[in-house]
Design a protein around this ligand. Structure first.
Ligand code: SF4
Length: 330
């Protein structure tokens, strides 16, 4: 498997102009994803994880805009493309899966019609060939009796089955990348596990790269090869999932890891870190985490740390730079 990045995000800045000034929601976010790799993007609500996904698939809601940085797919810049060119890339080369499958499905058409239309919009197939492919995709995503299901409407599917249909739609044109934003959050735990297995199978068997956005460290631990931890619109830490979970280097990641629930526990209360993430219009200087950080120093209040090597991960923390991060879990 090639390890050259399929997706490269470099110094991505997303801003929202407001009457009171410009708010910076993503501040120089960088990461890449290799073919067949699943990168988890995790963080509290408002950390910028969904915005990162939206920027990549070209669906930032106005007035949000990319104000800096680059997004490349196989080396080709895709940030700043005209809407029509981006729409083609979104259907053909990047598939999107959102939390609520109903936002991606039209209630007035059968799932078969929707699949065939999407397939034919992107691939030079006849109606009969597209139908065959659609049924194959339904089967591949684990939908029983796909021929019978082909003629049914979205409301005739359960939540988990609908999400499978959305994944089938996202796969219709054999995309190189899938951006999945909280794809399992609305599903019950046993269905979550099936959807996770499906995403892992796609990455392993088809070499599809997956960017999995979630607030749920349990899902990250189950699914991902690497994970990027976002805090206040910046990457706090990025690295192999086992390292980040068992040897987190950034104080924020440590707090987050102390809060991983078992798969069957209530997940509403994830964080054990005092305080709240800063608002965009009140971003602290220096390290954005410093008001909550038990290890903050005067330098942290003044200077922003960049990502620095910390064992197998990289973390944006001055302690890492000074080699002061303890080995092993807390
Ligand atoms: Fe804490 Fe300072 Fe590290 Fe930020 S740079 S996480 S404030 S120790």
């Amino acid at each position: 498997m090639s390890t050259a990045p399929l997706l490269e995000v470099k110094d991505l800045v997303v801003e929202f102009p407001t009457r009171r000034g410009t708010l910076r929601a993503l501040d120089r976010v960088s990461f890449d994803i290799a073919p067949g790799e699943i990168l988890g993007v995790v963080g509290e609500s408002g950390a910028g994880k969904s915005l990162t996904g939206a920027a990549i698939i070209g669906l930032l809601e106005p007035p949000g805009r990319i104000a800096g940085g680059e997004i490349r797919l196989h080396g080709q810049r895709i940030d700043g493309l005209p809407a029509e060119a981006m729409r083609r890339i979104r259907g053909k080369r990047i598939g999107a899966v959102f939390q609520d499958p109903l936002t991606s499905l039209n209630p007035l058409f059968t799932v078969g019609q929707q699949l065939v239309e999407t397939i034919r919009a992107h691939l030079p197939l006849t109606e009969a060939q597209a139908r065959e492919r659609a049924i194959g995709l339904l089967a591949q995503t684990g939908i029983p009796a796909p021929e019978a299901r082909f003629g049914q409407y979205p409301h005739q599917f359960s939540g988990g089955m609908r999400q499978r249909v959305v994944i089938a739609l996202a796969l219709a044109a054999e995309p190189e990348l899938i951006v999945a934003d909280e794809p399992t959050t609305a599903l019950d735990v046993s269905i979550q596990a099936q959807i996770i297995a499906l995403l892992k199978g796609l990455a392993r068997e088809r070499g599809t790269a997956v960017m999995l956005v979630t607030h749920d460290m349990g899902v990250i631990a189950e699914t991902c090869d690497r994970v990027a931890v976002l805090y206040a619109g910046r990457v706090a830490e990025i690295g192999p999932v086992a390292e980040v979970i068992h040897r987190p280097a950034h104080p924020y990641t440590r707090g987050l890891m102390g809060a991983i629930p078992a798969m069957d526990e209530d997940r509403d209360e994830l964080l054990q870190i005092d305080g709240a993430m800063p608002r965009l219009n009140a971003m602290p200087g220096g390290c954005a985490f410093h008001p909550r950080c038990p290890a903050a120093t005067a330098q942290c209040t003044r200077e922003r740390p960049e990502l620095m090597a910390a064992g197998a991960t990289r973390a944006a923390c001055w302690l890492v730079g000074e080699g002061l991060v303890a080995e092993g879990p807390r």
